[in-house]
Design a protein around this ligand. Structure first.
Ligand code: BGC
Length: 286
């Protein structure tokens, strides 16, 4: 008689659809959370019940605003922690601060990122290094510290089906080449393969690793792409859904991927881009 295969960690939690409690009791760290997408992701995770570390690189005042918003609007706990994600010692110190405050980590949102644009033949080594260091190496350093804790602690079934969740903020430019932004596009292509490799390596430990690929989202990183009527019209030729994205669009995806609703999802990039990766230029040509 054939035996049914047994599962080593049968999920015992029925994921809740209630947005207010979907991440109840979980501890999250969002890098680059003092503005833009990171800020909204931090608030949304708080709203879904998580305690949140709001990481920032330089702007303490806006990080503190995010912290206050989480505490007052969401009723969960939040602290601001300064760290340059590309600096190993600062990253390790940030995780120690988080463990002292919250005890552990369940969710890492690797969000911190920047652009330093230039035509290829004018791009300095300093620009190249800065973008690769923050966008790619920063995600490596934070993921490594999180995974060490996920493996040490393992699954706590009353908290989540998984031992830990990592969400890497990528971009449509992990697949769409971007002239004049070779450092940025290369960093996002690297994030894609780092995310998939970590997902493959860590799935047996019940650690899920996914990415979000935002398209054009209204944030300070790309003001020149949307702040005049002409720029907005040009941008819309690239967006079949005909609106710019809002940070909330990304935050909703992050809450979903962090939650047990996504428990069988690992190793994927969820594009949140109004169809930008549908290559709208080919709607009439080709
Ligand atoms: C970039 C934005 C850009 C968008 C779409 C993002 O990853 O940071 O500056 O508008 O991709 O091209």
């Amino acid at each position: 008689m054939s035996q049914k295969p047994t599962e080593s960690f049968p999920p015992v939690i029925t994921p809740s659809l209630d947005q207010q409690v979907i991440l109840k009791g979980q501890k999250a760290l969002v890098t680059g959370a003092s503005s833009g997408i990171g800020k909204q992701v931090a608030i949304a995770l708080g709203h879904a019940g998580a305690d949140v570390v709001v990481n920032y690189a330089s702007d303490a005042a806006t990080a503190e605003e995010t912290v206050q918003e989480i505490k007052q609007r969401c009723g969960t706990n939040a602290i601001a922690v300064k760290a340059d994600v590309s600096d190993e010692e600062q990253v390790q110190a940030m995780f120690q601060t988080m463990f002292r405050a919250f005890g552990t980590i369940d969710i890492l949102v690797n969000n911190a990122g920047l652009q330093k644009d230039a035509p290829f033949d004018e791009m300095s080594l300093a620009y190249w290094r800065k973008v690769i260091d923050v966008n790619l190496t920063g995600q490596f350093l934070c993921a490594r510290e999180a995974v060490r804790e996920f493996k040490r602690r393992g699954v706590v079934q009353t908290v989540s089906c998984a031992a830990g969740k990592i969400i890497c903020m990528s971009s449509v430019h992990e697949v769409i080449p971007w002239a004049g932004h070779v450092n940025y596009a290369t960093s996002k292509g690297g994030i894609h393969m780092m995310m998939k490799t970590l997902a493959q390596e860590l799935a047996p430990d019940r650690i899920r690793v996914n990415a979000i690929g935002p398209g054009a989202i209204r944030t300070p990183i790309n003001t020149e792409a949307w702040d005049t009527a002409e720029a907005y019209a040009a941008l819309m030729t690239l967006v079949p859904y005909k609106r710019i994205g809002q940070p909330e669009d990304i935050a909703n995806a992050a809450v979903f991927l962090a939650s047990d609703l996504a428990d069988y999802i690992t190793g994927v990039t969820l594009f949140v881009d109004g169809g930008m990766t549908c290559y709208p230029g080919f709607a009439t040509g080709g």
